[in-house]
Design a binder for this molecule. Sequence first.
Ligand SMILES: [Zn+2]
Length: 408
Amino acid sequence: MSRHFNNQFEDAGRCEVSQDFYKDRIMETVDKILSGLKATSKTCEKGVYTGTAGVAYCFYYLSQSGIFPEHHDKFLKLAECYISPALDKHHVRSRKDVGLLSGNGGVYMVAALIYNKLGDKQKYEKYIEAYQNLASCCEQVDFLDGGCDELFVGRAGYMFGILALEKCTGVNILPLSQVKIVWDKVIESGRVLSETNNVGDLPLVYKYHGKPYLGAAHGFSGILQALLSFPQLLKNNRESADLVKKSVDFILNNCLNSGNVATNLDAALHGNGKFLVHWCHGAAGVIYMFIRAYLAFGKDERYLNACRELAETVWQKGLLRKGPGICHGVAGSGYVFLLMYRLTGEQKYLYQAERFANFMFSDLFKAEARTPDRPFSLFEGLAGTICFLLDLLQTNKADYPLFSVFLE
Ligand SMILES: [Zn+2]
């Protein structure tokens, strides 16, 4: 069976985003989470990715959106309730556990965001400090077996956490000189691997557990997106910026194939790649690296054209059967159109985002889409769906959760 439902929508049409309809769907989805997932020492496992810390982030995001001012306090309290078991458990984990998606890093980050808004200065400072302290770990080039640079456990995720904290608190979390140490390590690590893996003129190579993944979750595009998200560092370090640009261009010129990018580099170069249309692997995640490259490198149209091609693939094949999540589900596909809308202002993309949102409430989707293992979580389940639906109602702020593409 195909991985996706056939897209039977017209390619473009009049777009009406009904505030009332989606506000009702959001509140229904909130109720599903509250009745289906209790915050316990068991459900908090797996960090922000599929644990309660991610659900806490969703409630935090709801509280800050301005769409439900009457529920502001309630959502913030729920955020605290869902982060609590994750905080009780974090101390038993390894000190090397910097991971934004699957480790302590993300738990501290979300906790700092919540306590900041709750006005609990002591706890806010405690978790900011805990997050800052993880930087020293990232400064060791090989602090983990299996790869230290990707989003779930590695440096790229850590750098995104800094950006998210700074965006939400308005406070400088780490001095740029210290961020630069981590940023430089990602470059160094990529250079070292490229020396032993001579791949044409690709200057930076990354692997995760031996595999040169290209996607956002474990591979090149998430890591390069992180490097591209610090414009000041790109500006002041021309040699490194050039390596980043050459790497993005290598993927653009050698791996973009019929509107998608294969899951890993070897396969992409040998023409036998597996093509997925997920955020984690494939078009729906790689696109954000190209959006950032477009914004970072003088709005070079080549990157925007790549984004259009990838978005078209998501439109054709992104009604995923795997569920409603943002990692490998329909909300993840929908985010592509929301961000393309924010980037280009073209109505077509808003229309496409709305159609995908709407599809998740269709009888066909309800009857035939799979239920993910963690159905309420931020990345696989309904907490991520809520973030997407909220962003559909506030398109000028829409951004992919935790991995901001728009820095302002
Ligand atoms: Zn996924």
